[in-house]
Design a protein around this ligand. Structure first.
Ligand code: PEP
Length: 241
């Protein structure tokens, strides 16, 4: 049985006070949300502790946006698995295109981060996806298959979420057509040993397209950037019909 996971990625948005305001406004909006829908907020490191305290006892899970592969050490600016689990982090985003594009993340380091997360009992959300140029050159499938082959070496597929995020659709308002997202996610699933991995779609998911996206049979959830910053927008996404 594939789990439905609706995750917000706040990126570098919201200080602690803003995070708290969000949670207070959001919680009442999900009082009737089906228990089978897992809700996750992947927040900046500085908001993890206050979020953990305020999400305790709720059905919302906590996510981070990065994890280093070493247990500890001289890695300025990085964060370890034990630092995250101490706070109660359940998920971590790994290999987001912004990390790959701006911070030199490679498939090799993505693989190391995935294994580190699993070592600490944190479920990684692995992001894969193609650029516009790669799509136009009809390389979408080969790019994604290559990413998966490298990223998933020795990764436990029973504790993994994958997000298909076409890079051209992220933050652009240019959502991938839902049937096309469904098709690519089907291709991703074919590559996996465990066919029950939750595979999300990400890229300009909004209240006005969530119902159509979640109606697709291969799509098990969404990873949402911009629209997760507003409590009522994200509530509408979580409460998709
Ligand atoms: C993302 O950050 O993973 C993302 C999909 O962003 P947005 O929803 O803003 O396109």
């Amino acid at each position: 049985m594939r789990k439905i996971i609706l995750a917000g990625n706040w990126k570098m948005h919201k200080n602690q006070a803003e995070s708290l305001d969000f949670v207070q406004a959001f919680k009442p909006e999900i009082s009737n949300t089906d228990e089978t829908r897992e809700i996750v907020f992947c927040v900046p490191f500085t908001s993890l502790t206050i979020m953990s305290k305020n999400l305790h006892g709720s059905k919302i899970r906590l996510g981070a946006q990065n994890i280093h592969w070493a247990d500890e050490g001289a890695y300025t600016g990085e964060i370890s698995g034990s630092m995250l689990t101490e706070i109660g982090v359940n998920y971590v985003v790994v290999g987001h295109s912004e990390r790959r594009q701006y911070f030199g993340e490679t498939d090799k380091t993505v693989n190391l981060r995935l294994k580190a997360a699993q070592k600490y009992g944190i479920i990684p959300i692995l992001c894969v996806g193609e650029t516009k140029a790669q799509r136009d050159a009809e390389e979408t499938e080969s790019i994604i298959i290559n990413q998966l082959q490298q990223d998933l070496v020795d990764v436990d597929q029973s504790s993994l979420v994958i997000a298909y995020e076409p890079i051209w659709a992220i933050g652009s308002g240019d959502t991938c057509e839902s049937k096309e997202a469904n098709r690519v996610i089907g291709v991703i699933r074919q590559q996996l040993d465990n066919k029950n991995v939750t595979i999300q779609y990400g890229g300009s998911v909004k209240p006005n397209n969530i119902d159509e996206i979640m109606a697709q049979p291969e799509i098990d959830g969404v990873l949402v950037g911009g629209a997760s910053l507003d409590p009522s927008n994200f509530a509408r996404i979580v409460n998709y019909q």
